[in-house]
Write a protein that binds this ligand. Structure first.
Ligand code: NAD
Length: 347
């Protein structure tokens, strides 16, 4: 693997590796771009099959954070951390060692929760560093803010393409009812939407059924449902050549990061099938806005308005796509690049 070639191609500014003998920590932090401010991005813990997989993941995720922060109009850049470890073997020492690693960036990298990293783990890191977000879970926490942003984005897509703002009476399939998915179900059910949910954790789908009368569907069946909106709120890579031909929905709008298995191929496939794709890093920015606003001590009402403005950004994206006859993903990249390249010129 040509590490430097890959880093150069993707435009990263810094990639650092850390090995701590005592705790067994093996971690990588990638800073993609800091034109608009310090690099922000969660830390993910995962038992990667190889070091190459871990490096590719951190490079891809940190790049996406630059685009997400730029589209969310916040003064931050993109970064990400990964810890190569088994989620069953998390220790205080591991997170303290990781905290020391984060501290070495002196604020150029600010991190928080992501896959397999809990609120408690972030507190364990805080023994050694202050460059953290999400320690307070203010304003309902990032999961709630992300769900609010998704529901506003769904409205924007319906309004722009179908001339209908009201979501009442629609059918929405939610894949994954964890922190974001369960909040989304609550918000959508209050708007009179019929819900279909899937999740391997039985108690979670049962709870959605009990609270919001959601129909429970099998894990694989969710792709075949005849629904108005499909909301992927679990894993990345689930929009691919196998699932796209099965989709019977007008809109894909969900929280999962990196929903498209291959960005170019699958954004085009969706467009050809006349399915409107709300780019993931635009529509799921509510969590980032929430933790950024917590850090900047921005008040709750203002923070909520900023999350709801995701709808405005999406309308801009849809307009760029329509005016230039390009996919919504290409349009969102153009918008983000305009912002973070301008940030470099301003500085
Ligand atoms: P979570 O871990 O709380 O929930 C994910 C849920 O998906 C779990 O209940 C899990 O059992 C379920 N799941 C796993 N595999 C599945 C499958 N094959 N089919 C259906 N369900 C499956 O995570 P979350 O915080 O709700 O985040 C969901 C997604 O949104 C992730 O991709 C995350 O990276 C992304 N995201 C989260 C936030 C946030 O603030 N929490 C912000 C932006 C993006």
């Amino acid at each position: 693997m040509q590490v430097f070639k890959l880093i150069e191609t993707m435009g990263h500014q810094q990639v650092s590796f850390c090995h701590d003998q005592k705790s067994g920590l093996k971690a990588i932090i990638a800073i993609h771009n800091t034109n608009l401010g310090p690099a922000m991005g969660g830390t993910r813990l995962f038992p990667y099959g190889s070091e190459e997989d871990a490096l590719k993941d951190v490079l891809r995720l940190s790049q996406a954070m630059t685009y997400k922060a730029a589209c969310a109009n916040i003064s931050a850049g993109g970064g990400k951390g990964v810890i190569i470890a088994d989620p069953e073997h998390k220790t205080q020492e591991l997170f303290e060692a990781y905290g020391c690693f984060v501290e070495t960036f002196k604020g150029r990298f600010i991190t928080g929760e992501d896959l397999n990293i809990s609120f408690e783990n972030v507190h364990q890191m805080s023994e050694k560093t202050g460059y953290l977000v999400g320690l307070q879970e203010r304003y309902g926490g990032p999961g709630r803010a992300t769900a609010i942003g998704i529901s506003c984005g769904m409205q924007a897509a319906r309004e722009f393409y179908l001339g209908q703002k009201n979501l009442s009476g629609l059918k929405v399939a939610v894949q994954g009812v964890g922190k974001v998915g369960s909040n989304l179900c609550q918000i959508l059910s209050e708007q009179g939407i019929e819900l279909f949910v899937s999740d391997p954790i039985t108690e979670r789908v049962q709870k959605a059924h009990r609270l919001y009368q959601a129909h429970i569907v099998d894990i694989d069946e969710i792709y075949d449902l005849d629904v108005d909106i499909f909301a992927p709120c679990a894993l990345g890579g689930i929009i691919n050549s196998e699932t796209i031909p099965r989709l019977r929905t007008a809109i894909v709008a969900g929280s999962a990061n990196n929903q498209l298995e291959n960005e170019d191929i699958h954004s085009r496939m969706l467009a050809e099938q006349q399915i409107i794709y709300c780019p993931d890093y635009v529509i799921n920015a509510g969590g980032l806005i929430n933790v950024y606003d917590e850090m900047m001590e921005i008040d709750e009402n203002m923070s909520l308005t900023r999350v709801r403005n995701i709808a405005k950004t999406l309308r801009e994206v849809f307009q760029i796509a329509e005016d230039n006859n390009i996919t919504t993903l290409e349009a969102s990249k153009r918008l983000a690049e305009q912002r973070f390249l301008k940030g470099r010129d301003d500085r």
